[in-house]
Design a protein around this ligand. Sequence first.
Ligand SMILES: O=C(O)C(=O)C[C@]1(C(=O)O)C=C[C@@H](O)C=C1
Length: 259
Amino acid sequence: MARVVESDTVPGGSDVQQLSLDSIRESLIRQEDTIVFSLIERAKFPLNSPAFEDSSSLTEFFVREIETIQAKVGRYENPEENPFFLDTIPHSVFPTHKYPQVLHPKASSVNINKRLWDVYFKELLPLFVKPGDDGNYASTAASDLACLHALSRRIHYGKFVAEIKFRDSPHDYEPAIRSKDTEALMKLLTFEKVEEMVKKRVEKKAETFGQEVKCVSGGDESEKKKYKVDPYLVSRIYGEWLIPLTKDVEVEYLLRRLD
Ligand SMILES: O=C(O)C(=O)C[C@]1(C(=O)O)C=C[C@@H](O)C=C1
């Protein structure tokens, strides 16, 4: 029987009152670790395109089935989680955690996972995995799903970032929201220095987490370091795709904020 568990825990682990841009950014920083590790794990396999190329692909089937079972254990009760395929989300079979209402009720209608799916398979994956096909489709699909979930959570975290920015200075945002001025909203929510810092930090994380570790002492220090995923590519993935998609989610959310 469904039992509701009350809690004050919100993104960033703080309570609703203490939610701040800093605590939200802390969570984005922690999510970088998950994203970098998931890319490193996926890079173990070659592209394996037959697994995902068709509309009725093995990967799509796998993701649909997993999302259904995860919905039944309450995954999408969490406002941080956004499904790729579920138009109708099955109810949880078990007691669900009651997440505090931080976001505007229209938040659940902001979901850009269809775009993310295309971007991931058509643009990102070919960048950081080797070409080829080793037939290992089931494991590859599981790795793709880990990446997709991590990327989707990060991008849709834009809803929380936007909510805090709106609460911090409603008078700046309201005129742009009322006139549906997406350019003005984009300008208001952009912090270029923060973006530069994010790109530098994820490059460093990819270097640290993905380097070949050797235990032999006296090795040649000048030997070129090998990485499981090119750190510069990780910085590009953030700069050219993840940050812009996060900002699109922020704008989409803000446009609905006064509904
Ligand atoms: O930290 C913020 O203020 C965010 O909105 C997040 C983010 C990002 O995606 O990392 C996006 C826009 C800002 O220009 C800076 C960073």
